[in-house]
Design a protein around this ligand. Sequence first.
Ligand SMILES: NC(=O)c1ccc[n+]([C@@H]2O[C@H](COP(=O)([O-])OP(=O)(O)OC[C@H]3O[C@@H](n4cnc5c(N)ncnc54)[C@H](OP(=O)(O)O)[C@@H]3O)[C@@H](O)[C@H]2O)c1
Length: 312
Amino acid sequence: MKIFVTGATGVLGRPVVRMLMDDGAEIVALSRSAANRESIVKMGATPVDADLFDVESLSRHITGCGAVLHLATSIPPVSKLRSADALIMNDRIRDAGTKALVEAALASQSVKTFLYPGICFMYADGGARWLAADDAEIRAPSPLRSTLAAERHVAAFDESKTVRRGITLRFGAFYGATSRDSRDMLNMARKGVVLPMAPDDAYRSFIWVDDAATAIHAALENADSGIYDVVEDVPYTQREAIEALARAVRRKRLWRLPRWMLRLALTPELRELVGRSQRVSAKRFKDITGWQPDVRDQTDGWVRVAREVAGA
Ligand SMILES: NC(=O)c1ccc[n+]([C@@H]2O[C@H](COP(=O)([O-])OP(=O)(O)OC[C@H]3O[C@@H](n4cnc5c(N)ncnc54)[C@H](OP(=O)(O)O)[C@@H]3O)[C@@H](O)[C@H]2O)c1
């Protein structure tokens, strides 16, 4: 199958493209710069120059594809997140970008599946309760409203509920050796320091990046239209996560920076968001698709990050 992908050069995009190509798919990837074009060619995919916000330019390349994966994003580094306009482009990519892609996909007639990687951080604090898309309360402050808008565009792709599929996978936070945030946390931990995002007993749901990619593959094969949570099997509390990170860098404990330091980097809305307890379950997705994560929890995950970063 021919698949149109945005964000092919991203942390998620790279393993997704690799896995789909290994499975025989032909990948057409949106390109917006010479550097990114070169990366796409090296990956063995076909780069196409198109404007994410222009339906006509997208249509030219989407026609003939069987699926569209919208994996592009523009989240600035944590140090820039306090600036008032930090998330404007990201919001545009999620809302206007998804809308334009859906319009182009509908016009093409050939596209039967549209997939968008959402986020499960939008759930209200659930304490120690398990949370899932079918019944969790949504509490989305402004940085998350564009991802809800994207989900609505994806649902609109599939209004008939028969011929086409619109799939949103709400992922936990990505981690892995290719993630800048994971490498930063590992480097700090090697120096014996950690900055906790949430209170000790708050659950935070993660997903190993390569497992997010296998989940996309599984969704393309076996999922119906809908919204699914995709996280690792055993969400850790903040305390358990710090202990796992400490073990991975062979330290007895990490010195915790005070959480008020988050004020230097995050707006009050983002601080409230990252501090929520979200113990999310991927059970429904696993039951429907048969997908299993390779990394079940952060004990395994952080050891792998440490090993892969050391080997790189
Ligand atoms: N990171 C997480 O913890 C997390 C968790 C849950 C869900 N997600 C979702 O997963 C998706 C992928 O995230 P990621 O971490 O892989 O992102 P990433 O590594 O930052 O990659 C971003 C990709 O988007 C492309 N891009 C940036 N601006 C663009 C624009 N204006 N037009 C077209 N393409 C543009 C980039 O291409 P260039 O090479 O040109 O820069 C790059 O390929 C996003 O939808 C994100 O919200 C992420």
